[in-house]
Structure formats: structure tokens, C-alpha cells
Design a binder for this molecule. Structure first.
Ligand code: CP3
Length: 346
């Protein structure tokens, strides 16, 4: 189907679009009262993710309310561990918790490569419902976690500041770590392919915990697996967002992906210089900017747009929007991107 608003896809193709496209990581959920109303009707987060009709409804909310240029399917990166045999719970105000973790070879023996049509069919189903209801208004983004980030949660068993258990495994049992990373990668490729078949227009790989590895370890235990994913996904554009992967950015030139996400600590001009027009860049306003007054948000957003320049840029925050941000501040960011970036062309 022909999309009514294909700014995002034209930007990725390298076209000189009439303005900069904008969307937000973590736009679906938390910040919107409309999301919380749907969420309260459900037993929990996991149940909402597994309900295609409701997942589609909350996926579309930010398109209607915030007027973003893309929807991102409502799900979580942690559905992969669950389908591999490691279920998760989402504990209110605390985050993910895994009753079982992976610490030994026998723990890995009990896992399987995810069977998408058997255990993860709810995401492709939610994508089909969303596509139907979006009716071509904006592109739909599919996603998955990068294998290293998924590995970190499976070994640690919860969120953590240090993720010391997964990092310990890289030193103590590197072969075991590679075995698990291989299984996650295979599951992730199959999962992304199923999302593409169901209709997503592009996919994003989130490496939220990229920043806690050394450059050498990042190459061996993360980038090599992201690279396999990028090689395997040939059907739609791929975005890689590796938060905090400062020293590994030069190595990202070799990834077969179209877009790289930048977090708010990354130097936009240096990244432009590094990648030229070979990669589209996405980001990178500090999410904390949205706690400030509109005047500050407008000023900082304009500064960011000036740094990236008019083309080859997808406006976003440098990480997911924080849960206690007022949606009006998000709207201010989005409207500023739309108006100011259109003006940059004239
Ligand atoms: O709008 C969207 O981005 C679509 C949906 C989406 C969710 N999670 C829904 C969600 C996406 C893309 C994710 C990705 C995700 N999940 C990441 C990568 C991006 C990042 O932020 O670094 C990570 C690390 C997770 C794991 C996860 N899920 C954590 C750590 C938490 C708890 C803390 C938090 O951010 O709220 C979640 C919960 C979660 N995932 C919520 C939502 C809407 C909130 C929980 C709720 O509604 O009860």
C-alpha cells in the first residue's frame, strides 16, 4: 500500500525531503494517559504485549495524539528470552524480572531457539492489525534487542547498573557466552523476518547496554552479532542504536545498515564527519530536555537540527522518553522539528 506520509523512508533512501521526519523511542506507552487507561484494563504488561488488538491500539495512540511520522509496534525486547524458555515479569516501577537466569552450560541446554510461529505469533499478528488500522498513514517500525543486550538481561535476571554477571561470563566462560549469543541471534533474525513478513516498513535493533563493554569486547560479543543480523535483513531498512558505544562508532561503518542512532552524549558533527552521507543519523536530543520550559525545548531542538543539517537525519531523542514527561512537552519537541526543519530548506 502507498503510504500517505513516507518522509521517514524517503529520508533513509537519501532523498532531499521537505522536512525532517520525527518519532520518539518509547513513544508508545507510559507517558500517555490513553495508554495507561488501556494498560489498567489488563492483568499486566506481558498480557498487553500478547493481545494483538490492544497492542495495535496503543501502537497507534502516539500517531493520533503526538503526530509523529512513524509508529513503532508495541512489544518489548524481552519477548525473545521468553520464547527461548526464560519467561519475564514486568514489575511495576521496578522493571523486568526473570525468575530463572542463565549461569551455566546446563541452563543453556534447557533453552531453545525461538519458534516464532509457535511462541511469538502475537507480534506478527499485532503488526497485521496495526497495518490495517493505520491504513497507510505512517510507516510502521519493527524492532528487537541486540543479542548482547538480551544476553545481559538473561544472565543478570533483571535490570542492573553494572550487569556484572553477564560481564563476568565473558571472562570466565567466553565459549558459553558465544553459544548463548548465537542462539539469541538466530532467534532474533527469525523474529525480525516474521515482523517484516507481517508488514513492518523498517526495523530497529536496540543495543541499550552497548556502553558497558570495552571496545575489544564490544566487537567480539556484540558487534559481530549485530553484523549477522544486518547481513540477514535485506528486505527493509535497518537502524542500529547502540547506546554509549562511543569508541565503537568507527567500526559501525562496516555494518550493512542504513541508519545509526546516536545517544545524546555523542558528538553530532564528529559523527557526520565519520559517516559522511553513507549512513543516515537518528537522534539525539537529551531526553531530560523535555523537563524544561517550551522555550528551552525549542532552543535545544533547533540547535540539534542545525548540527545534523537538513538531510539524512531522523529527529528523535538520544534514548527513550522518560515515563514522567508531560505529553505537551513531547508535542513541543515534535512541532519544533516540523516547523524549524521545513524552514531550514528555504
Ligand atoms: O514505543 C515504543 O518504543 C514501543 C514499545 C517498546 C517497549 N519497550 C514497551 C515498554 C520498546 C521499543 C521497548 C524496548 C525496550 N525494552 C528496550 C530498549 C530500549 C531502551 O529503552 O533502551 C529495553 C532495554 C527494554 C526492557 C524494558 N522494558 C525495561 C528495562 C522496562 C522497565 C523500565 C521502563 O522503561 O519502563 C520495560 C517496560 C516497558 N516496555 C514499558 C513499555 C511501555 C513500561 C511498562 C508498563 O507499561 O508497565
Amino acid at each position: 500500500m502507498q503510504l500517505k506520509n513516507d518522509l521517514l523512508l524517503r529520508t533513509i533512501r537519501g532523498e532531499k525531503t521537505e522536512r525532517t521526519p520525527v518519532w520518539l523511542m518509547r513513544q508508545a506507552g507510559r507517558i500517555l494517559p490513553e495508554y495507561r487507561a488501556v494498560r489498567e484494563k489488563m492483568k499486566g504488561f506481558v498480557e498487553l504485549v500478547k493481545d494483538p488488538e490492544r497492542a495495535a491500539e496503543v501502537t497507534i495512540q502516539p500517531v493520533d495524539i503526538l503526530e509523529v511520522d512513524a509508529a513503532i509496534i508495541f512489544s518489548d525486547i524481552l519477548v525473545i528470552p521468553e520464547a527461548m524458555g526464560l519467561p519475564y515479569e514486568m514489575v511495576e516501577k521496578k522493571g523486568p524480572y526473570f525468575p530463572k537466569t542463565v549461569r551455566s552450560a546446563s541452563d543453556i541446554d534447557r533453552l531453545k531457539v525461538a519458534d516464532i510461529s509457535g511462541d511469538l505469533a502475537y507480534t506478527p499478528e499485532a503488526i497485521k492489525v496495526t497495518k490495517r488500522e493505520l491504513n497507510g498513514r505512517v510507516p510502521l517500525i519493527g524492532f528487537a534487542g541486540a543479542p548482547w543486550t538480551i544476553f545481559a538481561y538473561m544472565v543478570e535476571g533483571a535490570g542492573s547498573k553494572t550487569f556484572s554477571q553477564p560481564r563476568a561470563m565473558l571472562y570466565k566462560e567466553p565459549a558459553l557466552a558465544h553459544r548463548l549469543l548465537d542462539m539469541i541471534t538466530e532467534s532474533t533474525i527469525a523474529y525480525l523476518k516474521a515482523q517484516i513478513e507481517a508488514g513492518v516498513n523498517l526495523v530497529q535493533v536496540f543495543d541499550s547496554w552497548a556502553g558497558i563493554l570495552s571496545t575489544e569486547q564490544y566487537k567480539e560479543f556484540s558487534l559481530s552479532y549485530i553484523s549477522k543480523i544486518c547481513d540477514a535483513i535485506t528486505e527493509v531498512p535497518v537502524t542500529v542504536f547502540a547506546k554509549g558505544a562511543f569508541t565503537s562508532m568507527p567500526a559501525m561503518q562496516d555494518l550493512k545498515c542504513d541508519t545509526l542512532g546516536l545517544d545524546w552524549n555523542m558528538d553530532v558533527l564528529a559523527m557526520r564527519e565519520l559517516f559522511g552521507d553513507r549512513k543516515v543519523l537518528q537522534g539525539n536530543l537529551d531526553p531530560a530536555t523535555l523537563y524544561a520550559d517550551n522555550a528551552v525545548i525549542e532552543k535545544e531542538t533547533r540547535r540539534m537540527l542545525d548540527e545534523f543539517g537538513p538531510y539524512g537525519h531522523i529527529a528523535n531523542l538520544g534514548h527513550g522518553v522518560y515515563p514522567d514527561i508531560n505529553p505537551d512537552k513531547v508535542k513541543c519537541f515534535i512541532q519544533t522539528v516540523k516547523e524549524y526543519s521545513a524552514g531550514m530548506r528555504s
